[in-house]
Write a protein that binds this ligand. Structure first.
Ligand SMILES: C[S@@+](CC[C@H](N)C(=O)[O-])C[C@H]1O[C@@H](n2cnc3c(N)ncnc32)[C@H](O)[C@@H]1O
Length: 253
């Protein structure tokens, strides 16, 4: 079940169910369309860093698209989609030459990394981009479920806010780091997590079983009170709005 950064960080174990549980083809089509909206026309070589299973990578409309991922299980599935165009590698030490790509894409990556690693990943993106190249990254990923107002969001947001540390992919933070790397803000768009909205009952289960990172830091009484209020909402099994993911672009000076 997809959630707000559900705590399943072993991507080797996750690989076989990843596509099905993260919105599948519909999410990938929407993500690729958002990438296409921000990619300049003259782009030839695109590197998708943390490409996962390649479900988005394979849909990026550019003459040459390569993928890199740290997880063997994810990279193996991506290689099946993009034969000869996927390598294992770490986004904090990208196995590409300086100034060698026209665009770097990072979808749903920075929020997973700590502050040091996410800063390093951005520096690596800047290093491998040619002058005038484009960086695309998602930001504020874990806010996506609360962008659209709903009765569920109204209950969860204030409790969550007390338990969430500053995210690595906060838009302001990413913009500050990028600017210091001579990457200038160039554009922004959103894409939906099609079919990923949860019902009140679904949210209550995710929260009670502590499958969302911030719930690990909350005391049982707080979680019980919140899930009690979620269980009291009407439409217990009606999914609320799909999450809305933010994608931003930067141009290298
Ligand atoms: C949430 S998935 C996103 C995958 C893909 N971008 C997508 O949108 O479907 C995060 C991916 O980041 C990869 N990853 C995490 N840390 C990484 C690192 N340091 N270097 C390379 N890949 C990493 C994981 O293996 C996983 O495939």
């Amino acid at each position: 079940m997809a959630g707000e950064n559900v705590l399943v960080l072993n991507y080797d174990a996750e690989a076989s169910t990843y596509d099905r549980t993260r919105g599948g083809d519909a999410r990938a089509v929407s993500a690729a369309a958002a990438i296409g909206a921000l990619l300049p026309r003259q782009v030839t070589l695109v590197a998708d860093l943390a490409c996962g299973t390649g479900i988005v990578t394979a849909r990026v409309a550019a003459p040459r698209v390569i993928g890199i991922d740290l997880s063997h299980g994810m990279a193996r599935l991506a290689a099946a989609r993009l034969p000869g165009r996927v390598a294992r590698g770490d986004v904090t030490a990208v196995p590409l030459a300086d100034g060698s790509v026209d665009a770097v894409v990072m979808i749903w990556l920075l929020h997973l990394l700590d502050h040091a690693a996410s800063a390093r990943a951005l520096a690596e993106a800047a290093r491998v981009l040619r002058p005038g190249g484009t960086l695309l990254t998602t930001v504020d990923k874990d806010e996506a479920y609360y962008v659209t107002p709903s009765d569920v969001a109204e209950l969860i947001v204030p409790v969550r806010a007390r338990h969430v540390p500053p995210p690595s992919d906060a838009h302001d933070r990413v913009t500050g780091l990028a600017t210091a790397l001579d990457l200038s803000p160039a554009g922004r768009t959103t894409f939906p997590g099609d079919g990923q909205g949860h019902s009140p009952r679904g949210w209550a289960e995710l929260i009670l079983t502590r499958r969302i990172p911030w719930t690990k830091r909350a005391d049982p009484g707080t979680l019980a009170a919140l899930t009690g209020r979620l269980h009291a909402l009407p439409g217990q099994d009606r999914p609320r709005a799909d999450p809305v993911y933010r994608l931003v672009s930067f141009t290298k000076g």
